[in-house]
Design a protein around this ligand. Structure first.
Ligand SMILES: Cc1ncc(C[n+]2csc(CCOP(=O)(O)OP(=O)(O)O)c2C)c(N)n1
Length: 638
């Protein structure tokens, strides 16, 4: 009996090995790469559909281009698992998204084949252009290659980059990976336009390609003579938006057919001029039945059974904050026809898919366009609507100027529903919602609330709905609530008023958000040590409940603030108040607990909290250390 042949994938550690293969071996390699990707994600969970859609594209790019000298930039980076397998990381691929393991996105620190980190979308063309121009300026070889999805292509930043791309000449290659999906189906005019492009043209055959490339690629638009040529070509072939922006458009190309993909990319690689945009058509979830059949194409999955595709189910428990938000907003919309909702390509992630079922005419999915989402909401608010802009904390960062300039300065009542506030486990630092309190609570006019549990979230959504006098935000974390009883009728909270959850005398814990549970646990431990402890849920980071804070800081020996956010948030505001009001002049021991000053890597949530020192043990420790400081100080003074 003959020995089974060694899988080709076993012979490919890096793209150099890949480039030694014959073209007719690449189909087998791609099949093995797809199988390995499925097997790995079955064990780890993570992004699957997007990676499966680019298996052939990944293989072809590394085969044709000189990576890592040609800088390959994956947009978002969630589709890069096959790329990681081919670039020296196969031995660690089953550690994806785990503590100490490979990141679920591209990361510079991980490999020279990841020249640019990502996770937020639509940055790839700008970055690739930067690489291309830097190499040109330093007289070095090396192209910038951006692979960007049709979903990511809906963000303005992609066009800002293309508008600026002429200078790169043929050093810039943009590969538009068009799978006609974002996380949800794509929205808007661009998506319709791409669909028209694909349906109006044959897939690019070899003869056709050769014919087109006989003519050298044209110079950018500024050359008048060439402009005439462009115009003629546009008339003959149907000019594309990308051509109008100065790109040489090639496509559509079947992104799963290596026999087409490789010669097309070789031609683009060797083309004399241009920046080039290669329009590649792929299928999300390609080659794995359960993914191809699923509505979301297995965009992000739990661990799953490879044979059946069945994903691990989370154990039953309290509802997620996302769900509670969605139900609360539906209830508000039932009461008030002016309530409407906006998502930037995240209908399921924000729970607004449920809102859409109830109120299809009052939800707007604007695509990946957070900046537009915020200013659009500002316009809606200015005209008397009650818009809820539901955006993850980390993605709202992108729209900060819109929050400041379009919403806060004009004091417009946009309601911000900020999901994924705080640590996010496996998604790591790019997705952590660490900064929203810091960046929002510094703005005049803004009200900033944090829900301590899911019942509080219901009250806060209602508080947002009835707050017409200016912008207001509520933040809540990833994951499930605490299982508290849910209110039957939501309350409108008094703006800037906190609540005492537990009364004590010596130690005061001032909590903002869902660390309240840990604060209460810590209070039990402190009580057992003889330290009578008050726990307050401040509810508002802005405006602060000054009366409550003054009372707590003047009647307790130790006060500790705790929040799931970076420095500059609640703790900073309480310290400022305390210092301005002279509340720390009399020996009060005031401490702040917050996220550490670093970008915390992915891990299990409990481990992240322990590392961040934001759990009950750390609170107890902080209080005891503060008390010891005093006695050490006293000893030293004696
Ligand atoms: C600024 C920003 N907003 C939202 C997201 C969340 N997100 C991750 S992937 C994705 C869809 C991307 O679609 P596309 O570019 O077509 O890639 P595909 O997954 O279809 O391959 C979205 C909305 C993000 N990563 N960055």
């Amino acid at each position: 009996m003959s020995e089974p042949a060694t899988p080709l994938l076993d012979t490919v550690r890096t793209p150099d090995d890949l480039r030694k293969l014959q073209p007719d071996q690449l189909r087998q390699l791609a099949d093995e790469l797809r199988a390995e990707t499925i097997a790995a994600v079955g064990v780890t969970g993570g992004h699957l559909g997007s990676g499966l859609g680019v298996v052939e594209l990944t293989t072809a790019i590394h085969y044709v281009f000189d990576t890592p000298n040609d800088r390959l930039v994956w947009d978002v980076g969630h589709q890069c698992y096959p790329h990681k397998i081919l670039t020296g990381r196969r031995d660690r691929i089953r550690t994806l998204r785990q503590g100490g393991g490979l990141s679920g996105f591209t990361k510079r620190a991980e490999s020279e084949y990841d020249p640019f980190g990502a996770a937020h979308s639509s940055t790839s063309i700008s970055a690739a252009l930067g690489f291309a121009i830097a190499n040109k300026m330093q007289d070095r070889p090396g192209k910038g290659i951006a692979v960007i999805g049709d979903g990511a292509m809906s963000a303005g930043m992609a066009y800002e980059a293309m508008n600026n791309a002429c200078d790169a000449g043929n050093r810039l290659v943009v590969i538009l990976n068009d799978n006609d999906m974002s996380i949800a189906p794509p929205v808007g005019g661009l998506s319709a336009y791409l669909a028209r492009l694909v349906s109006s043209r044959e897939f690019l055959g070899l003869r056709d390609l050769a014919k087109r490339l006989v003519r050298k690629l044209p110079r950018p638009l500024h050359n008048a003579a060439r402009k005439t040529d462009e115009f003629a070509r546009g008339m003959a072939m149907g000019g594309t938006l990308f051509e109008e922006l100065g790109f040489y458009y090639v496509g559509p190309v079947d992104g799963h057919n290596l026999d087409q993909l490789i010669p097309v990319l070789e031609n683009v690689r060797d083309a004399a001029e241009g920046p080039c945009l290669v329009h590649v058509v792929t299928q999300k979830g390609k080659g794995y039945g359960p993914a191809e059949a699923a509505a979301d194409k297995y965009h992000g999955v739990q661990k799953f059974d490879i044979v059946t595709g069945a994903q691990a189910k989370a154990p039953p428990g309290p509802p997620s904050y996302t769900n509670v938000f969605a139900q609360a907003l539906i209830a508000e919309a039932q009461r008030d026809p002016k309530v409407c909702a906006i998502t930037a390509a995240m209908p399921s992630g924000t729970g607004l898919d449920k809102f859409e079922q109830a109120f299809p005419d009052r939800i707007f999915d604007v695509g990946i366009a957070e900046q537009h989402a915020v200013t659009f909401a500002a316009g809606l608010a200015a005209e008397g609507m009650r818009p809820f802009c539901a955006i993850y904390s980390t993605f709202l960062q992108r729209a900060y100027d819109q929050v400041v300039h379009d919403v806060a300065i004009q004091n417009l009542p946009v309601r911000f529903a900020i999901d994924r506030a705080g640590l996010v486990g496996a998604d790591g630092s790019t997705h952590a919602g660490s900064f929203d309190v810091t960046y929002l609570a510094t703005l005049p006019n803004m009200v900033v609330m944090a829900a301590a549990d899911e019942a509080e979230l219901v009250h806060m959504v209602h508080t947002c709905a009835v707050h017409d006098s200016g912008p207001i935000a509520v933040r809540y974390p990833r994951g499930n609530g605490t299982g508290v009883d849910m209110p039957t009728v939501p309350e409108a909270l008094e703006i800037g008023k906190g609540r005492i959850v537990r009364e004590g005398r010596q130690v005061a814990i001032l909590s903002l958000g869902t660390r309240l549970e840990e604060a209460l646990k810590a209070a039990e431990t402190l009580e057992a040590k003889g330290l009578s402890t008050t726990v307050a849920d401040l509810r508002f980071a802005k405006p602060l409940d000054e009366a409550l804070i003054r009372k707590l800081l003047t009647t307790h020996e130790v006060a500790v603030t705790i929040e799931e956010g970076a420095i500059g948030g609640l703790g900073a505001h309480v310290l400022t108040l305390a210092s301005d009001a002279g509340l720390i002049d009399n020996g009060l021991k005031l401490r702040t607990m917050r996220l550490p000053d670093l970008f915390q890597d992915q891990d299990k949530p409990e481990k992240q909290y322990a590392d961040a020192r934001l759990d009950a043990d750390a609170i107890v420790d902080t209080v005891l250390t503060a008390l010891r400081h005093n006695s050490v100080g006293a000893e030293a003074r004696a």
